[in-house]
Design a protein around this ligand. Structure first.
Ligand SMILES: NC(=O)c1ccc[n+]([C@@H]2O[C@H](COP(=O)([O-])OP(=O)(O)OC[C@H]3O[C@@H](n4cnc5c(N)ncnc54)[C@H](OP(=O)(O)O)[C@@H]3O)[C@@H](O)[C@H]2O)c1
Length: 497
């Protein structure tokens, strides 16, 4: 193969597999494309040979950081194919063709259409279907639904058998200290998988579910800041399509879809005020695969709404811990970033607002809004009404006794490359997200998230819709920070020594 030509992900994967096998003196079928390159433990000489071979194929040298830290060879191949296409635009007709056309991805199976007739909201649903109940937000939505309705909650869960499914759901609520024994009989596991046709259920099982449930809350998704679109599409996009299929079969069931403010990451929104009823037409300049899937999935939900399905969209920002107990998801971006920066001894000095809302606020708002007739067809922003700047977090950390500096962003990035060289620092696995350069200006994702390049996400209509409730978003202040920090320290996640 000659250089400077566009290669598909399949071409690149086959090339990587065969060259890696040659270097390691293995046969190609001993190389697993679902493993990362890193897991093959190449020594530095072997690594340089492979980098050289990839460069020879593609005509440019991909950053070694990306090469070694992409989660799988398959995902890496997808990413390199995108990059190869971008580079190729300089010499071919593709100069005007976007790499991934998200509009073209947003096509809903034409057979997904609700039965005709008017739908009336059931004020007291008896059977609720929920996805993502083994996740962070899903746990809190379950609790809220159990407390605010009389319904049983049928939860899609990946598990070997119903008993294991129940245990997985129970342990998840216990993890966040929101489990009550009385919930036992009202949480019913439905074994399945979002990334499979009919959610992995048998046709009869799918029909039975479609006939019996009254309302759907779709919170499950693969959250991954490194995987490209194609690696997340099956669960996040096609899975949402299966949810819409379920909602429209046999009888109409309203869908409450948990989306994300990430649907506004297109550069077209930079500096603009974005309200809840924005049509989110723009997608050019959404670079993160995860955000791309959320944009396409939300479009599918919107199309189903245009075909007559009652839908409501809930768009959270980053979801922070429970403001009452401080308990949070220690695998989430905010916590990994805080822990990693503390280990480095410094935060990047960027103009960034802490775009986060406590999980108790997000879940209470979703459930309250979902039970209002007036929410049909609307979108809501669970954005914090008064976000705080990142520099404030650093000030609070200093008050807590952490000797932490803020250093220029470029310097921080260099330190990330030179100092963060093992998985002991949680930023290690996030390095592709933090270092990879995108866009014509070759900016990293954190550059693109800087305040000047982001939209101002308005939540006024959401606050108005919540006005009749007692639900209010807790302020991001030193008290909230103390609550979070106390949990992270007492759980051993952050070391104060
Ligand atoms: N966390 C945030 O900061 C944030 C911000 C904005 C929007 N959101 C949105 O909020 C929703 C919930 O996020 P989260 O923080 O609760 O995520 P999470 O803790 O990572 O939970 C994800 C959930 O999705 C399930 N899931 C993933 N792939 C699945 C599959 N193939 N089949 C069945 N279930 C699958 C997981 O099940 P397993 O337990 O089996 O893995 C888990 O229950 C997502 O839609 C996300 O996009 C989150």
């Amino acid at each position: 193969m000659t250089a400077k030509q566009f290669y598909s992900a399949e071409d690149i994967q086959a090339y990587l597999v065969s060259n890696l096998a040659e270097i390691l003196k293995l046969s190609s079928n001993e190389i697993d494309a679902t493993e990362s390159l890193e897991s093959y433990g190449l020594n530095s000489a072997q690594a340089m040979i492979l980098v050289g071979k990839v460069e020879k194929l593609l005509g440019f040298q991909p950053s070694p950081v990306l090469l070694w830290h992409y989660p799988t060879i398959a995902a890496l191949s997808e990413r390199l194919a995108e990059e190869s296409e971008v580079k190729d635009t300089k010499v071919s007709h593709k100069a005007t063709t976007p790499v991934l056309d998200l509009n073209a991805e947003a096509v809903l199976d034409p057979s997904i259409r609700p039965p005709s007739g008017n739908y009336e909201l059931i004020p007291d649903p008896r059977r609720i279907f929920l996805t993502g109940g083994t996740g962070f937000l899903g746990a809190f939505i379950i609790k809220e639904l159990l407390d605010k309705t009389n319904a049983d909650i049928y939860c899609l869960v990946r598990a070997e058998n119903p008993e294991a499914g129940s245990t997985k759901l129970k342990q998840n609520l216990q993890l966040y200290s929101i489990w009550e024994e009385q919930y036992n009989t009202r949480i019913i596991p439905v074994l399945g998988d979002l990334s499979l046709p009919l959610l992995g259920l048998s046709p009869e099982g799918f029909q039975m579910l479609a006939a019996n449930i009254d309302i759907i809350y779709h919170s499950a998704a693969m959250l991954n800041y490194v995987f490209p679109y194609q690696a997340l599409k099956t669960a996040n996009v096609l899975g949402t399509q299966e949810i819409l299929r379920l909602a429209t079969q046999i009888k109409v069931k309203p869908v409450h879809y948990v989306s994300s403010v990430a649907v506004f990451e297109s550069t077209a929104y930079a500096g603009k005020v974005v309200k809840e009823d924005d049509k989110f037409q723009h997608w050019n300049g959404i670079f993160l695969g995860y955000s791309q899937t959320k944009w396409v999935a939300e479009k599918l939900v919107k199309i189903a709404g245009d075909r007559g399905l009652p839908i409501t969209i809930h768009r959270p920002p980053l979801i922070a811990g429970d403001s009452r107990t401080g308990i949070s998801n220690t695998h989430d971006f905010i916590n990994l970033m805080a822990k990693g920066c503390l280990q480095m001894g410094c935060f990047p000095n960027i103009d960034y607002m802490l775009d986060m809302s406590p999980v108790d606020y997000v879940s209470q708002a979703i459930v309250y809004l979902s039970l209002q007739k007036s929410s049909k067809g609307k979108a809501f922003h669970l954005q914090h009404p008064e976000p705080a700047p990142l520099s404030k977090l650093v000030d609070w950390l200093r008050l807590f006794g952490f000797p932490i500096q803020m250093i220029p962003y470029e310097q921080w990035q260099s330190k990330l490359v030179t100092d963060v060289t093992s998985a002991e620092n949680p930023l290690y696995t996030l390095r592709p997200f933090l270092l990879e350069r995108w866009s014509k200006e070759q900016l990293t994702i954190p550059d693109l998230y800087a305040q000047a390049r982001r939209p101002h996400v308005s939540c006024q209509a959401t606050l108005d819709a919540l006005a009749g409730s007692s639900i209010a978003c807790p302020p991001i202040d030193s008290q909230l920070f103390m609550t979070y920090a106390s949990y992270l320290i007492s759980s051993g996640f952050i070391n104060v020594a």
